[in-house]
Design a protein around this ligand. Structure first.
Ligand code: GLA
Length: 421
């Protein structure tokens, strides 16, 4: 047999053999994310904004008790999320443990405590070698960690992005999604990659929410750049309005089960009551996860009233799950709309100026034609009744005529518009 004939015969044989072999070696089917866990944006409390890594079992149990007794659980805040700082060491086999001094009864006991109160336990890790506060990260331990969390009874994982040199974001988050699925316990997957790799473009079937920005700080308007003692730029958190400007244009990517996450709330952490109200309202208009970040064992009646306003929360939790839009900006005023179920709309006027503003609502100039939801207001044909959600005792007006309202500095007016039948 000459060389050529041999080669042809060899290749023909290979063609017969390869498909048979390949059939026995199909790649593992991808593991879908847990569905049905965030049909509306998740609601809860997280330890980070107020306590950073200063957390322990006593504090968390106090928070849990207050979440029940103050009606926060009834209002929908069911996740109690430990952020960075709960980790102890990994053992010789690489299994992670809680810090035995901070959590002497163990994570399983804490989960049982929360579950008995109608709460769910959230935990935090990182796709890199370390968490942002330098505790152990999950890189190389993804399946092990997911199984550990599931065995503890964890219901929520926030997965951060520090110390991820040479790690591919899509690969890393998909790996943890698979691990969570394989571990067998439904766990909401909150991706915290700060928007660096545009997760809204690829993560709808990976996570239930993805951070769209860097970290929030206590400030309504943009927070000035900070400098260290040598005059070098130092890390500076983002103010509410900076985050809003980044998150608003991403509305087309959000929907039931997969939300844009503009970071946790700073309500009750030092802004004015009006700023807190505006911050909370904008998060609701943007269908954002509502994760409280204040010390709820010690808050003012105004803070409690802001975070438990059921009609405002209902804007965030509307079953259509459409992120709202900023229709227009005019000077210091912004006009926002969010389509709601039943033909309703949430309508918000925001004043970012330093003085109160008297605003004349001319409905013809506020017509919305929303290509993303396919909804339009049609004020010329449909009359809406406008209910003031922050002042529900004020008599509703209709959109039949122009109306004058006053909006305070760094404050909002928020209405639910319902068609008059
Ligand atoms: C990052 C995250 C924050 C918080 C800290 C914890 O900065 O973006 O939300 O989790 O890490 O160290």
């Amino acid at each position: 047999m000459n060389k050529c004939v041999f080669l042809v015969l060899f290749m023909a044989a290979a063609l017969v053999v390869i498909p048979a072999t390949a059939q026995n070696r199909l790649p593992d089917a991808p593991l879908p994310k847990w569905e049905g866990l965030a049909e509306t944006p998740q609601m809860g409390w997280s330890s980070w904004n107020k306590f950073q890594t200063n957390i322990n079992e006593t504090l968390i149990k106090d928070i849990a008790d207050k979440m029940v007794s103050l009606g926060l659980v009834d209002a929908g805040y069911v996740y109690l999320n430990l952020d960075d700082g709960w980790h102890g060491e990994r053992d010789e086999q690489g299994f992670v443990h809680e810090d035995p001094e901070k959590f002497p009864s163990g994570m399983k006991a804490l989960a049982d405590y929360l579950h008995a109160k109608g709460l769910k336990l959230g935990i935090y890790s990182d796709a890199g070698t370390n968490t942002c506060a330098c505790y152990t990260g999950s890189l190389g331990h993804e399946y092990q960690d997911a199984f550990t969390y599931a065995s503890w009874g964890v219901d929520y994982l926030k997965y951060d992005w520090c110390y991820t040199e040479n790690v591919n974001p899509k690969g890393a988050y998909t790996l943890m999604r698979n691990a969570l699925r394989r571990a067998g316990r439904p766990i909401l997957f909150s991706m915290c990659e700060w928007g660096s790799s545009k997760p809204w473009e690829w993560a709808a079937d990976v996570g239930h929410s993805w951070r769209t920005t860097g970290d929030i700080g206590v400030g309504f308007m943009p927070i000035p750049q900070r400098y260290d003692e040598n005059g070098k730029k130092s890390w500076t958190p983002l103010g509410v309005m900076t985050i809003v400007d980044i998150n608003e244009p991403l509305r087309r990517y959000a929907g039931p089960g997969h939300w844009n996450d503009p970071d946790m709330l700073e309500v009750g952490n030092g802004m004015t009551v009006a700023e807190d109200r505006a911050h909370f309202t904008l998060w609701c208009m943007m269908a954002a996860p509502l994760i409280l970040g204040n010390d709820i064992t010690d808050m003012t009646p105004e803070t409690l009233a802001t975070i438990t306003n059921r009609e405002v929360i209902a804007i965030d939790q509307d079953p259509l799950g459409i992120q709202g839009l900023r229709l227009k900006k005019k000077g210091d005023l912004q006009y926002w709309f969010k389509p709601l179920e039943g033909g309703d709309w949430a309508f918000c006027v925001l004043n970012v100026g330093d003085e109160p503003a008297v605003v004349s609502l001319n409905w013809a100039s506020l017509e919305v034609n929303d290509e993303i939801s396919g909804r339009s207001t049609d004020f010329s044909k449909v009359t809406y009744r406008a209910r003031d959600l922050w002042n529900p005792s004020v008599k509703p007006f209709t959109t039949r005529a122009k109306t004058e309202i006053t909006v305070g500095s760094h404050d909002v007016a928020l209405y639910r518009l319902s068609p008059v039948k």
